[in-house]
Design a protein around this ligand. Structure first.
Ligand code: ZN
Length: 451
């Protein structure tokens, strides 16, 4: 570091200390006690922990590009220079006092952003928070949901599984003993699961989040629709106020959750225009409300049945390697399970509040094991019930078609006649049935190989 830089750093620290000292003698309505930065692929979230719901104003300035955050009657009680800004559009964060009372925070930007700010109420882990989201101004690519046409159904596409690691960023999820955090455990399991899915021919996986940042719940299901997912699987870990609670569980949407969601979709028709891929690509747009309701209900009923089906397989598979909390697929109104046309399940991989399970859940070995169990359940489900138009469906049904047919000999039948009718040769028939001659008896059952 050059002397200039050292000096600048020293002055900055001095200014900061003076600010802290001055503010120590004054009273403020609010104080910023901590700050965090969560860079995500499409935006960066900046979180300020504040002692009370602080009044604030946010505006942009250009040349050079910067964002100014003014907080009324507030003081800074933390050091912002410690924040890691790697991967974010922020080059530097500065803070200063204004009019002796207000706090001004300036973000020097390296890239242009669209900012948004809002207050978050206290949760289990944090108190009041002021959140600044910086959305990167990349060209917006609108990907509509592709409705599968009959033509595409003949293709051998991959089964698409969207894996949703719960929580992330400023939402740590459940917290366990030894500072095990749900958001870390479920991301690790989700990544293992993605590897397994991608390795299987005919399947591919997408993730709703790939790092430690938060993604909105509706955004997660929205991503599944955009990807045309065949299955949405959300990974979580449970918590309970008694440390004894243990075991894994699998959830599907409750009937009541489905009904209220149907009402919600019908209420906002602009969203439902491209819905109902599940019932023969019918759009809700041009239907009257009653018919639209019936179609939506059919789609949700079908999705729910599929969810319970795949959920059952996953539950049995997980149950073969760990204790189960409940012996059957449970149903609840979780928002991430509410896609009307995508089978969706939520797996609680264990109780992070249980010391034994928490210590297991944080090991790589166990994360791999549980990911493997979830994968096996899905694999069994899709092998027996592959969605139309997929490679797995093609394999399964062409396999069935290539199985030898059975035929019972009637009077007047000859082996050469049967061979001709089924476009096979007599020697193929003899070989398939281990016949020593061409003679057959009435009532005899022979196998006819596929031509
Ligand atoms: Zn969770």
């Amino acid at each position: 570091m050059s002397t200039d830089k050292l000096n600048a750093r020293f002055l900055l620290q001095l200014a900061f200390s003076v600010m802290l000292m001055c503010s120590a003698f004054m009273t403020y309505a609010a104080s910023v006690t901590n700050a965090r930065v969560w860079p995500a692929p499409d935006h960066t979230r900046l979180v300020f922990e504040v002692t009370a719901g602080v009044e604030h104003k946010l505006f942009s300035l250009s040349n050079p590009s910067r964002l100014v955050l003014d907080m009324t009657d507030a003081k800074l009680s933390t050091d912002l220079s410690d924040l890691s800004l790697k991967g974010s559009p922020i080059k530097r964060i500065r803070a200063a006092k204004r009019n002796n009372k207000d706090l001004r925070v300036v973000l020097d930007l390296g890239r242009s952003v669209s900012p948004k700010s809002f207050l978050l109420k206290p949760n289990e882990k944090y108190g009041n928070r002021l959140v600044i989201d910086l959305f990167e101004n990349k060209a917006k690519i609108v990907t509509p949901r592709i409705v599968r046409s009959v033509d595409q159904q003949n293709q051998k596409r991959d089964i698409v599984i969207v894996i949703d690691a719960g929580h992330g960023g400023d939402d740590p999820g459940a917290l366990g003993p030894g500072s095990v955090r749900e958001k870390d455990v479920v991301l690790a399991i989700s990544k293992e699961l993605k590897v397994l899915v991608d390795r299987r021919t005919g399947m591919s996986a997408k993730m709703t989040r790939k790092g430690d940042y938060y993604v909105g719940l509706r955004q997660r299901t929205g991503l599944a629709r955009k990807q045309n997912a065949d299955l949405f699987v959300s990974i979580h870990a449970d918590a309970f106020n008694k440390p004894g609670a243990s075991g894994a569980s699998v959830y599907a949407l409750s009937k009541r959750g489905a009904t209220s969601e149907a009402a919600r979709w019908l209420a906002k028709k602009e969203n439902s225009a491209d819905l109902i891929g599940g019932v023969g690509s019918v759009s809700l747009d041009d239907k009257d409300d009653v018919l639209a309701g019936v179609l939506l209900d059919l789609s949700m009923t079908a999705s729910l049945r599929a969810s319970l089906g795949v959920g059952g397989h996953v539950l049995r598979s997980v149950g073969s390697m760990t204790r189960l909390h409940k012996k059957r697929v449970e149903q609840a109104g979780f928002v991430v399970l509410k896609s009307p046309d995508i089978p969706s399940i939520l797996v609680e991989t264990g109780f992070i509040s249980n010391p034994t399970e928490a210590s297991r859940l944080k090991t790589r070995k166990y994360q791999k094991k549980i990911a493997n169990a979830i994968f096996r359940g899905m694999d069994v489900h899709f092998k027996s019930d592959p969605p139309p138009g997929t490679l797995l469906a093609y394999k399964r049904y062409s396999n069935l078609a290539s199985l030898p047919k059975k035929y019972r000999i009637r009077s007047g039948d000859t082996l050469s006649g049967i061979a001709k009718k089924n476009q096979v040769t007599v020697s193929q028939l003899r070989k398939e049935n281990q016949l020593r001659s061409d003679r057959v008896k009435i009532g005899q059952v022979i196998r006819i190989p596929s031509s």
